[in-house]
Design a protein around this ligand. Structure first.
Ligand code: FES
Length: 224
């Protein structure tokens, strides 16, 4: 079946198997007859559903990553990780004037963080411990600097001995900051224009165009 491909041997979910090189972990599971549905989402490294733990050939340290991105290689030993439960606080930003002031009551466990750095296993290379430390110190701007890359996979939460779910804490901070910060002036201006229906006539014209017309219009707008 895979005659023209180089075959490699890996350990997948505890079983030694032979398969063609170049597959991702999820493709390797499918290729070997595993009916994987749970833990598979976007297949693009965005949804965070497919966390895996792996040991590379000759490696001493277990690493973590995403099954849809990690490409298998000779001697790899890899398993998919199950969904890890973590506490998600419920809150209503609408009724909070300054949401960040409520962080201590919404995620009190954040303040038990002792900076052990066990959470620094992020497949997106986020310095999670740094984010948590900044959040604990109320330096929210620093805390949010890198968390835009968070894909909510929850690997960090699975390692925290204090039961902190950094991905949920970080999401709250992003939402709270978005509410508390002033919008940049150009965005504010555009929102006001939209609210006063300034673009309705243009949008109506675009909505009425057939595909060819729309394509021509976009090309012209791009100057092409
Ligand atoms: S399936 Fe979505 S990140 Fe892998």
């Amino acid at each position: 079946m895979h005659n023209d491909k180089t075959m490699i041997i890996i350990q997948l979910e505890g079983r030694k198997i032979r398969l063609p090189e170049g597959l991702t972990v999820i493709e390797a599971l499918w290729d070997t007859g595993h009916d994987v549905k749970r833990g598979v989402g976007c297949l693009s490294g965005l949804c965070g559903a497919c966390t895996v733990a792996f040991l590379e050939k000759g490696g001493k340290k277990v690493k973590f990553g995403l099954g849809c991105q990690k490409v298998v290689e000779e001697g790899l030993n890899v398993i998919m990780l199950p969904y890890f439960p973590s506490r998600v606080a419920r809150y209503l930003l609408d009724v909070m004037e300054k949401p960040l002031e409520h962080l201590p009551e919404i995620y009190p466990e954040l303040y038990t963080c002792n900076d052990c750095k066990a959470c620094n296993i992020c497949p997106e290379w986020i310095n999670v411990a740094g984010v948590m430390k900044a959040a604990k110190d109320a330096d929210y701007e620093t805390a949010t600097e890198h968390i835009m890359d968070c894909i909510m996979c929850g690997l960090c939460a699975s390692r925290c001995p204090k039961g902190i779910a950094p991905q949920h804490v970080a999401l709250f901070i992003q939402r709270a900051l978005a509410k508390e910060r002033l919008f940049p002036p150009n965005l504010q201006k555009r929102l006001e224009e939209l609210e006063s229906f300034q673009f309705d006539a243009d949008l109506g014209r675009l909505a009425a165009m057939v595909d060819d017309e729309l394509e021509a219009h976009c090309r012209q707008a791009e100057g092409g």
